[in-house]
Design a protein around this ligand. Structure first.
Ligand code: ATP
Ligand code: MG
Length: 392
């Protein structure tokens, strides 16, 4: 029944040259989402509108589901095409459309005609009145409400005539690619995939870095991170995932530093390495899944200690979220089931029974001095052996 989709997007704040860039990026992301969808599609921009056309058979549910993953889309309107074969035929098509889409006729409606082609024999006002009358005759249960109708029936006069009334909500946000790029510290947990998703939703392209510690962390734990990146990539487009072997650094810290400070010192090295890779790959910031007070390494004191090693902005979109709220988003974006798989993302021998919750920066810095001899070389080696996986 449907032959195209009208794509709605929030236009507020996107004017002039920015609007053009916004639309370009949106079209690109729509095409990317449709590439994975069963069927043939064409994306076109006409009169300041974006349409997705499906000339042949296509999977409606899958198409809508994939379009709902494109940031920047606020609404998706399935459109019925009617051949222009005179006004009488149009009236019949409109009556049929309402019957197909709204089995229950106890509804108010309004017709909103728009002529993209001015040579149509009736003007917009006349079309509204005439079609309104035809619908009232066909369905006496229906009533007109011009202010808050249940059904706003749009009739667009083009080479064909387009009918649409439903708006399926999109994810909102800005198209990926309009907001620069950032490096996500992606672990196997619940939080970091959600954090990456939230920043990408604002139009930011995402690269990711994962620190693994074989053989203390398994191949399956790494695969889980790749799987999570894939789930996020369904929204963001391809993600360049850097896998950094962190084992020797962790063992060295374990050997040289007090065990209750292990996590903080490890986190500081993760941030340093992530910032280094970010700088080499045009990223303008780091993203983490941290939230105040969630664990010992995320108290205000610990966050200050972790943050201190970076000059790049660190975005922590979950900072004020409760776990429940984070879980809710992770269920919505379908990362939750993968995140709760049991494969450890950090070996228990590296986690102290009683980690410091109020690390003293001076003491942390002093203990990091214990690492002076070899840490530079180990960090360099870890970065040099960066394994890059392109996740689609
Ligand atoms: P998550 O659920 O995202 O794993 P978490 O609650 O387990 O978070 P931490 O382990 O303290 O919290 O990690 C805080 C943040 O540090 C994570 O959200 C993530 O951004 C980053 N991080 C932690 N471990 C790793 C890792 N192995 N590789 C990459 N980033 C990591
Ligand atoms: Mg974690």
């Amino acid at each position: 029944m449907y032959k195209s989709f009208l794509i709605k997007y929030a236009e507020i704040g996107v004017k002039g040259k920015n609007r053009y860039l916004f639309e370009e990026a949106l079209v690109k992301q729509i095409k990317y989402a449709l590439k994975k969808t069963e069927g043939e599609f064409a994306v076109r921009r006409t009169d300041g509108r974006i349409y997705v056309d499906a000339p042949a058979e296509f999977d409606y549910d899958e198409t809508v589901e994939n379009l709902q993953k494109v940031f920047g889309i606020s609404g998706i309107c399935p459109v019925v095409h009617v051949e222009d074969e005179g006004f009488e035929k149009l009236g019949e098509a409109v009556v049929r459309y309402i019957d197909d889409v709204y089995p229950d006729k106890h509804k108010t409606f309004k017709v909103a005609a728009r002529r993209a082609r001015k040579n149509y024999p009736l003007n917009s006002m006349e079309i509204n009145t005439e079609l309104g009358g035809i619908l009232l005759d066909a369905y006496p249960e229906m009533h007109v409400d011009v202010h808050k109708p249940d059904i706003l029936l749009n009739v667009e006069i083009r080479d064909k005539i387009y009918l649409y009334s439903e708006i399926i909500p999109g994810p909102g946000g800005m198209p990926v690619g309009t907001g620069g790029k950032a490096m996500l510290l992606l672990s196997g947990g619940i939080d970091s995939p959600v954090a990456g998703w939230m920043i990408a939703k604002r139009g930011v392209k995402i690269d990711a870095v994962y620190f693994h510690a074989p053989p203390y962390t398994s191949e399956r734990a790494k695969q889980k991170v790749v799987d999570l990146a894939k789930k996020v990539a369904a929204y963001t487009g391809p993600i360049y995932l850097h896998v950094i072997n962190f084992t020797d650094i962790q063992l060295y810290i374990y050997d040289k530093c007090p065990h209750d400070e292990l996590t903080i010192i490890m986190r500081r090295y993760m941030m340093r390495i992530a910032e280094h890779i970010a700088g080499q790959t045009d990223c303008l910031g780091l993203i983490t899944g941290e939230s105040i007070g969630q664990v010992a390494s995320q108290t205000m004191h610990s966050l200050a200690a972790t943050n201190e090693v970076c000059t790049m902005p660190v975005y922590r979109p979950l900072i004020g979220f409760d776990k429940m709220e984070i879980v809710e988003v992770s269920e919505k974006i379908d990362t939750y089931e993968t995140s709760i798989l049991p494969y450890e993302d950090c070996c228990t021998i590296f986690v102290a029974k009683h980690p410091v919750t109020k690390p003293n920066l001076n003491i942390i810095r002093k203990h990091e001095q214990n690492l002076q001899e070899k840490i530079g070389e180990l960090v360099e080696k870890a970065i040099a052996e960066d394994e890059l996986i392109v996740v689609r």
